[in-house]
Design a protein. Structure first.
Length: 243
């Protein structure tokens, strides 16, 4: 949208999310226009993103909702984001679905290099168009793709495998982990709930310098992923925007 000095609150990280949840009204005082963005996990918004966005009350401020998915299926994610923001008093005037490289591209490459130049150009055009828009979106118009993932409340994620012997203890995994479950000193889970609380985003795997964290699916899971993601890799999906 060409703002000179946008306030960027990266809700990937636990500290920022806690700050927003604790001081939602103060945070919003600093905002004229909210652009909310989150990835699609299992056809839904990740719970951590939902919980944080739910804390924000718009008091009539304008908002744009954006969901980013891995070229498979966006499920109910955008619908839920628009619905929640509208219920919380935002005037949601635009929404978009964009494509990002699939987090499980180590297993099956999907949407490699996305968002690419063409996606970014479409996002820029979207931003420029949104500046002219003012009418609230009708929730009935927000697209939904129903499949077994979006219909279910479950989040089935592939959890990384950790090889302590080759870990160089650089602490990078702990820095990038959205759930704050890793020790920056040892590289291990901070406590026994670690594995349960891991959302399988693969940030630690993608940022590990020594390949001590890897995505390793058992043969049955790998086969299932190959089928589902193989299908998703065949056709390039394009961003969708509405206002
Ligand atoms: C647990 C999990 C579930 C996912 N589910 C979907 C999905 O249902 N449909 C889809 O197209 N992409 C799915 N993805 C891929 C992500 O939406 C996509 O890779 C996104 O760009 C990830 O953003 P992030 O790296 O900020 O998490 C999933 C990724 C993860 C980690």
């Amino acid at each position: 949208m060409g703002a000179d000095d946008p306030l960027i609150l990266d809700i990937t990280y636990p500290d920022t999310r806690s700050e927003i949840i604790a001081n939602a009204d103060t945070v919003l005082d600093e905002i004229d226009y909210l652009i909310a963005g989150a990835p699609v996990y299992c056809g839904k918004l990740p719970l951590l993103a939902l919980e944080c966005l739910r804390a924000l009350h718009g008091h009539g401020k304008k908002a744009t909702a954006v969901a980013v998915y891995g070229n498979r299926d966006y499920g109910t994610a955008l619908y839920n984001m628009v619905e929640m923001l509208s219920q919380n008093g935002f005037n949601v005037i635009a929404a978009g679905l964009f494509i990002g490289q699939h987090s499980y591209s180590d297993v099956v490459p999907v949407a490699i290099g996305r968002p690419d130049e063409s996606d970014i150009e479409k996002a820029r055009e979207f931003g420029a168009q949104v500046l002219q828009a003012s009418k609230p979106l009708n929730i009935e118009d927000i697209p939904i793709q129903w499949d077994k993932h979006s219909k279910s409340k479950e989040y089935t994620a592939l959890k990384p495998t950790y090889k302590g012997k080759i870990c160089i203890k650089c602490g990078r995994c702990a820095e990038v982990c959205p759930t704050g479950i890793l020790s920056s000193e040892t590289g291990e889970h901070l406590n026994r709930h670690g594995k349960k609380n891991c959302i399988g985003c693969m940030a630690c795997v993608n940022n590990c310098k020594s390949e001590a964290r890897i995505s390793k699916a058992n043969p049955i899971v790998r086969l299932m992923m190959k089928r589902v993601l193989g299908q998703a890799s065949r056709e390039r999906k394009e961003p969708f925007v509405m206002m």
